[in-house]
Design a protein around this ligand. Sequence first.
Ligand code: ATP
Ligand code: MG
Ligand code: MG
Ligand code: MG
Length: 438
Amino acid sequence: MRLSRYFLPILRETPKEAEIVSHRLMLRAGMIRQESAGIYAWLPLGLRVLNKINAIIREEQTRAGAIECLMPTIQPADLWRESGRYDAYGKEMLRIADRHDREMLYGPTNEEMITEIFRAYVRSYKDLPLNLFHIQWKFRDEVRPRFGVMRSREFLMKDAYSFDLTAEAGRHSYNKMFVAYLRTFARLGLTAIPMAAESGPIGGNSHEFIILASTGESEVFCHRDFLSFAPPPASVDFDDAAGLQGIVDKWTSRYAATSEMHDAAAFAAVPEDARVAARGIEVGHIFYFGTKYSEPMRAVVNGPDGKEVVVQMGSYGIGPSRLAAAIIEAGHDDNGVIWPESVAPFHVGVADLKVGDPATGKVCADLVEQLENAGLDVLHDDRDERPGAKFATLDLIGLPWQVLVGPKGLAEGRVEVKQRRTGERELLAPQDAVTRIV
Ligand code: ATP
Ligand code: MG
Ligand code: MG
Ligand code: MG
């Protein structure tokens, strides 16, 4: 991608309305723009990151056996009357009337709708287990939308819903998502800690996945060991119920709780030097809630003995739009964002430090071609700008690698390769720069 033909509206000034670093940097780097309180447009650079986050989530959901679908954003109120949540949901729900005065709403979540889809088609226990997910915009009329896309009113959510015949099978489905989440967050470069969470009046099981960050809105308490646990490998067998339970047991074997579930006595039993009391960001939340929706909405299947069984359900949410901000909270310095390779909008920035010079132009064009042929996303800064402005832009947008091509270096057959994370710089022949990065 040639920067001269791209749309990257960088802000020079630090926006005053932004209270936390991720919000400031997303505005400055031209990733998002607020269109109304808590409602954002995703500009091209931001959208690249969001799409990469979604791709990783999608891969890990699929690996764990979940199947993608897409439900609408607008839902009929009547569906929510069936579960009793239409009135219970309160002011966070955006309620809409269509031209025929039918009551509609912009979905804040999809338990009711997925249960409606399930009961329309699934008749037999032989069709279970089933886990359907989608990645779709949600709307919650938050009292205090703030921190940019960290707490917005319109936000993206991956939500998955599992259906099982028995509570035991339901637990296996829950564990699949638990392990998929550990892998997902690790691939996003994050250390997410599963914490026991409130599961509401119905009981069941629930974990929030929290990353530690001083700007997080949750107060959390956990054992330091979580910070060094290795995530489950890609080779995990999701059909092996006992194996998965072993992983979940390990990840729930140490103390971890948000303030709502905090047990000061249990925390005091953690060795003092292993106690972490910090702030955190909720990036995912999984629930096992049994028949909370399937019972009132009559989602039933015929069991092996021909008798009707009300299915066991769970739901599993991740916030990709919040994650874009959370990844920045976890990775930045004074000069800008530091993206992990896995979600960087481009892997490499190639900067021509003397636009118009045929020598730098030729080397840049060759580098871009070779890096792109190797499958990398490359941003070619071919703007007629001062080198200083180019360095600042590349640092701000946080691409993992920078290749700086100037006439002085080229006179000695060298370009400069800089790693954004470490700041390490090397002078290399253009060919070696490619092998260094690829
Ligand atoms: P919070 O406690 O932050 O309000 P929640 O518990 O209401 O979140 P869930 O219903 O558990 O959220 O939704 C699943 C996921 O959706 C959350 O873990 C989070 O990643 C994301 N999410 C929820 N609300 C928002 C929001 N207002 N803006 C961005 N992402 C959100
Ligand atoms: Mg909420
Ligand atoms: Mg919450
Ligand atoms: Mg939650």
